[in-house]
Design a protein around this ligand. Structure first.
Ligand code: GGG
Length: 358
């Protein structure tokens, strides 16, 4: 029987994105080595801020067309001081997420052995959260504009609108409930600011209540985003699946991973659950220009993202093996400096590979 070959598009993009994608590829190649019955066929794309300097665009004009037949996309990080952040983000990451209707951004918060978290007590409460981010609309709909730049009497004005559709709210909320059903703690916390945002976020709350009625086996709560920020810190054991709009979930997942020890630990999947288009797997962190190129960035978020990609490709055993290898490496004290260690990116990569199941 011939081995199954998965076509993976690698887009390292900017800064430490290049280092963590290289590290993730090394780990994935080790997993696919010899007799596993599958292999990866990689194609790497040089898109990002350097590409912008040369071509005036963050990715090739026909980039989506090129990517659409891959089995998955493995992404690094976007953003560099030479390109305005809104240009680089909209020109690459958001172009792919929105172009491929990757409407579910799944961001597990990993509390790993050997990594200090301000939330874990001596008796070691087990924390395990997943932030489910609406990834196609909301505050990232891209609606708005600027005017009056040339008027003498008034300053320039800017309008930025959020868009909440019933379909968009329902599909992400339903995703969160289905996910909660697969977890030991069956609970979904929905986060809005519907006391102040009285149109879109009230619609979200109403859809949440309607969908929740179909899942009587799942506990629920609706919490305002300010109160939820406090809850992350003060009642961490009360949380399991947290579902929120594009902007709020982005902020809360950063808070969550910082509370787990470092943003460098956080994995994510941008899913097109219907599988009409490829899904994209990337660490939550950005390009970290302050440490880029030094070989010291934390590759664990990228490894966790690789595990999510393995799950998506129908390789759950390999995904679990990789997660266990990550846990074994951190438990052995192999840690980069953002989590209190002195290991290099390469040393963490080698430790994870060494701990993969035989
Ligand atoms: N790997 C994630 C990444 O590159 N993030 C860059 C960023 O600025 N993201 C903001 C956002 O997606 O909301």
């Amino acid at each position: 029987m011939s081995a199954k070959e998965f076509r993976i598009a690698a887009i390292p993009a900017d800064g430490v994105g290049r280092e963590v994608v290289a590290a993730g590829r090394a780990v994935l190649e080790a997993i696919a080595a010899d007799g596993t019955g599958f292999s990866f066929a990689w194609e790497e794309f040089p898109w990002g801020s350097d590409y912008y300097a040369e071509h005036g665009v963050m990715m090739a004009e026909d980039g989506l067309e090129t990517l659409k037949d891959f089995d998955a996309i493995y992404f690094g990080a976007v953003g560099w001081p030479t390109v305005p952040d809104h240009v680089s983000l909209w020109g690459l990451r958001l172009k792919i997420c929105q172009g491929f209707d990757q409407w579910a951004n799944i961001r597990p918060v990993q509390f790993l052995p050997g990594i200090e978290s301000p939330l874990r007590k001596a008796d070691d409460t087990h924390l395990d959260w997943v932030v489910v981010r609406e990834n196609s609309e909301g505050e990232y709909a891209g609606f708005g504009g600027r005017a009056f730049a040339a008027r003498e009497d008034k300053g320039e004005v800017a309008v930025q609108s959020a868009l909440f559709t019933e379909v968009g709210c329902e599909r992400i909320i339903r995703y969160a409930f289905e996910l909660a059903r697969t977890r030991p703690r069956k609970k979904v916390s929905s986060v809005t600011k519907s006391n102040a945002q009285q149109y879109g976020m009230v619609l979200w709350d109403q859809v949440f209540q309607r969908v929740a009625a179909e899942y009587p086996d799942v506990a629920t709560e609706s919490v305002l985003v300010d109160a939820m920020s406090a809850k992350f810190v003060l009642q961490p054991e009360s949380l399991s699946v947290v579902v929120a709009s594009n902007l709020f979930a982005d902020i809360l997942s950063d808070l969550g991973s910082a509370l787990a020890g470092s943003l460098g630990l956080a994995p994510s999947a941008n899913l097109n659950p219907e599988r009409r288009f490829p899904s994209m797997f990337e660490p939550v962190h950005g390009s970290a220009p302050d440490i880029a190129g030094q070989g010291v960035c934390n590759p664990i978020g990228a490894f966790g993202s690789a595990a999510m990609m393995l799950d998506h490709l129908g390789l759950p055993g390999e995904a679990e093996g990789l997660r266990k290898a990550i846990e074994a490496a951190t438990a052995q004290g192999v840690r980069t400096r953002d989590v209190g260690g002195g290991a290099t990116t390469r040393e963490v990569t080698e430790a994870v590979i060494a701990n993969l199941p035989a």
